[in-house]
Ligand binder design. Structure first.
Ligand code: PGA
Length: 255
């Protein structure tokens, strides 16, 4: 059985005091669970402090990006091993904001994915279509292209312990959410693609939905058979909002 993963992508938000309060609230307001995993992805300067605060609680810590290089002359970059060193266990790769604002290509995302995995981090690979692409009926082909680039570079076995986040770009930070059926269709497409390569690996991959997920729409999304959690931006910045999604996952898992 796949577990749910509820992951907060804080993006470029927070400060020391607010982070402490948020993490304390999440730890206090959720429980270690066999069925629901909880992850927070703070900005780089706060990763070590948040990892220390999370300690051996059930709350895990990940980064929002990672370098594809191991070490060396890459000013401004952060190596996967450094993230492990400060207590991260996950790294988001290929978020649409990285692709759009910083020009990350499919090949670069694949290299980051491989580098994260090689350092012992679990990569969360983000894929998803823009509004224009959805309207042009290209949702599946865009997701296929973004996913194939990584599968081709790493091999299907590299997905045995990975996470994919389907994030329709038109739903990110807009308040628009894919309906549970729209999201499920794409999640199923993603799992079927992987399944054509290796059914066992495909059955184990956690596929998260991201794009204006919140407490109100989480139950409908999480009830879908191929939606295994959420990558949450806006609603991850207040513990009550984030915990409402964790709670929804706990309820769906138990029902
Ligand atoms: P949102 O962001 O929940 O604010 O739409 C999701 C994301 O970008 O990961």
């Amino acid at each position: 059985m796949r577990k749910f993963l509820v992951a907060g992508n804080w993006k470029m938000n927070g400060d020391t005091a607010r982070n402490r309060e948020l993490v304390a609230g999440i730890i206090a307001g959720s429980k270690p669970s066999e069925t629901v995993e909880v992850l927070v992805c703070p900005p780089f300067p706060y990763l070590a402090a948040v990892a220390e605060q999370a300690g051996d609680s059930h709350v895990m810590v990940g980064s929002q990006n990672v370098s594809e290089h191991e070490s060396g002359a890459y000013t401004g970059e952060t190596a996967p091993a450094m993230l492990r060193d400060v207590g991260c266990t996950y790294a988001i790769v290929g978020h649409s904001e990285r692709r759009t604002l910083y020009g990350e290509t499919d090949d670069q995302v694949a290299a980051k994915y491989r580098a994260a995995l090689d350092a012992g981090l679990t990569p969360i690979l983000c894929i998803g279509e823009t509004l224009e692409e959805r309207e042009a009926m290209q949702t599946e082909s865009v997701c296929s292209r973004q996913l194939s680039a990584v599968v081709a570079a790493t091999g299907i076995e590299a997905f045995a312990s990975a996470v994919i986040a389907y994030e329709p770009v038109w739903a990110i930070g807009t308040g628009l959410t894919a309906t549970p059926e729209q999201a499920q269709d794409v999640h199923l497409h993603i799992r079927s693609m992987l399944s054509a390569e290796n059914a066992e690996v495909a059955a184990g991959v956690q596929i998260l939905y991201g794009g204006s997920m919140k407490g109100e729409n989480a139950p409908g999304l999480l009830t879908m058979p191929d939606i295994d959690g959420g990558l949450i931006g806006g609603a991850s910045l207040k513990s009550a909002d984030f915990l409402a999604i964790v709670e929804a996952a706990v309820e769906v898992a138990g029902s």
